[in-house]
Design a protein. Structure first.
Length: 135
């Protein structure tokens, strides 16, 4: 069984950082620390996904060197990444703001699966693209 303690701890620390940041949104040091915690949590979640996929696969070596998008697609196909409840408008706004202010070297679009039209969801499903991550 996969030990998720480090991921759980990272998520908890990210939550603590978010609470601290919300108490003083003008403090650049707190914001920068929150961004670092997000990036760390993101990396750990990626590693845990890969470890899980390797653990349940008859061919774990197939995940070595697999591009990130393919890992996400595989996890999504196994039902590991989609949540059952729609995001609130506040949650979407917070996620968008956090991604806009982050130092990530790529753009992240935040969409709520439940808010998309059936046609939009069908297109996404056909291409196996993750549009909502773990809460």
């Amino acid at each position: 069984m996969l030990d998720l303690t480090s991921l759980s701890n990272a998520v908890n620390r990210l939550g603590e950082g978010l609470v601290r940041y919300q108490s003083d949104t003008k403090d650049a040091q707190i914001r920068d620390g929150l961004i670092q915690r997000f990036e760390f949590t993101y990396e750990i979640s990626h590693k845990m996904l890969k470890r899980h996929l390797e653990a349940v696969s008859p061919k774990p070596e197939q995940f070595d060197g697999m591009p990130f998008a393919d890992l996400i697609r595989t996890g999504n196909e196994q039902g590991l990444l989609l949540g059952d409840e729609p995001l609130s408008l506040a949650q979407i706004a917070e996620l968008r703001e956090a991604f806009q202010e982050s130092a990530l070297p790529f753009k992240v679009d935040v969409l709520d699966w439940h808010a998309g039209s059936p046609t939009f969801r069908a297109v996404i499903n056909s291409q196996k693209v993750l549009i909502k991550g773990v809460d």
